[in-house]
Ligand binder design. Structure first.
Ligand code: ATP
Ligand code: MG
Length: 405
């Protein structure tokens, strides 16, 4: 038995029983079905897979008919989600070679495709992004198919595109971000010609739909290796393609340090299974651009009370051209920003109203990280820390001493 097959068999307890159920039922119904992608890569690395992907020659309607708990998603390329409680097993029909290209360039158009988008098993292998992501496993027969020698790459910790990096990144520029994400997540090296291609082709990111980029940003920053992702994006000189204003603002300020601190705090929270939100990360990424814009507006004579709101709107609208930010995140992000200007105002009742604000905690955490990043706030964070811990009488004295100033 091949070494990697043996590893998979030994670690098969890491395979979700639901994913096994899906593969087995497809096979029993006469279809080819395999576990593929990140789940097999992660098991070979002794890691616990995040999710399970199944590749099959069954068409989406066949899959839909086999599983009551399933639904077809995606208008252009239909995949089937089979749901087991909170777990979703993603079942994808073998794709032909041109699908990714189509998706990358036409993602918003919603045109329907003809049926010939489906491919053979071999085509499905070679349309995948990296060799390490193209290993197939059939749990029933314990057969492992590795046509691109991905197992060797995993052993050598190398991220290598299947085919020419140039062609594969042009076909779908998001693959550049995926390479960087895997570098951050797995600690692998992006193979040299691929790293060079990223440098010369990073501008293609501008052609990707903002909604798709937002999804990628979440994967980069919200899965426990955000700081590493940030450093890798900077190293490969592609960060500015996602966040041009943030990149520019980082040149001479504490902006970079704030982003680092926020990402590392998010990573720690994820490690401790505490809740996190993209609003907090976006607030950090765009904080300095927001401040710069606010100052520009104020210098141009915009009234103080309007400057914050206008600056936030301008900075966010500009960012939306690159990565979308759903309203459920941009709202809280504005709150976090605006509260930074209210936190210094600690007079009378206002103080306790602030404390009750639903975004106080996030705003306070943000303030502390701003200070840690080197922003000067005259001890504001420490004041709020003490205030939260103080009893009523002490709070009264603290407020009064502010009033006297
Ligand atoms: P993760 O651990 O983040 O889930 P993953 O490799 O499983 O990593 P998914 O986004 O779940 O990533 O994709 C599943 C598989 O689909 C990949 O392993 C890869 O084979 C293929 N794939 C995903 N996105 C692309 C792409 N843009 N181009 C080519 N193949 C892709
Ligand atoms: Mg996956």
């Amino acid at each position: 038995m091949q070494k990697s097959t043996r590893l998979i068999v030994e670690r098969s307890h890491k395979i979700s029983t639901h994913a096994l159920k899906v593969v087995n039922r497809l096979s029993e119904s006469g279809f080819q079905a395999y576990l593929v992608g990140g789940c097999i890569r992660d098991i070979l690395l002794s890691r616990s897979p995040k999710d399970f992907d199944v590749a099959t020659n069954a068409h989406p309607n066949d899959v839909r008919n086999l599983f009551r708990n399933s639904r077809i998603i995606g208008r252009r390329f239909r995949i089937v989600h089979v749901r087991f409680g909170r777990e979703i097993v993603e079942v994808t029909t073998f794709r032909g070679p041109h699908e990714e290209q189509y998706e990358a360039n036409h993602s918003e158009s919603g045109m329907t495709l003809s049926d010939n988008i489906y491919g053979t098993f071999e085509e499905d292998v070679f349309r995948r992004d990296f060799a390490m992501n193209a290993i197939y496993y059939q749990p029933g027969t314990k057969e492992l198919i590795d046509l691109t020698d991905g197992a060797t790459d995993i052993q050598k910790q190398i991220i290598r595109t299947i085919g020419s990096p140039d062609d594969r990144f042009r076909e779908d520029p998001v693959r550049m971000l995926r390479a960087i994400r895997f570098q951050a997540k797995l600690g692998f090296m992006i193979e040299e010609s691929a790293a060079r291609a990223i440098r010369s082709l990073s501008f293609l990111i501008q052609d990707v739909a903002p909604a798709r980029l937002f999804e990628e940003v979440l994967k980069l920053f919200m899965f426990g290796y955000g700081l590493q992702s940030f450093e890798a994006l900077l190293d490969h000189d592609i960060y500015g393609r996602l966040f041009p204003d943030s990149k520019r603002a980082m040149e001479n300020s504490s902006a970079k340090q704030l982003i680092r601190l926020v990402l590392s705090s998010t990573d720690k929270r994820i490690a401790n299974t505490l809740p996190t939100t993209p609003a907090f990360i976006y607030a950090a990424i765009l904080w300095q651009p927001f401040i710069i814009e606010k100052q520009r507006l104020e210098a141009a004579g915009v009234a103080l009370i309007n400057a914050s709101h206008e600056a936030a709107t301008n900075v966010i609208s500009k960012q939306l051209l690159f990565t979308s930010i759903p309203r459920r995140f941009s709202g809280p992000m504005r709150d976090i920003w605006f509260l930074q200007f209210r936190l210094p105002k600690r007079r009378g009742k206002k103080t306790d109203i602030l404390l009750e604000h639903k975004r106080f905690r996030a705003a306070y955490d943000f303030l502390i990280l701003r200070e840690e990043a080197g922003e000067k706030t005259a001890g504001l964070g420490a004041w709020w820390t003490r205030y939260q811990e103080a009893d009523e009488a002490t709070r009264q004295t603290m407020k009064e001493s502010i009033n006297k100033k």
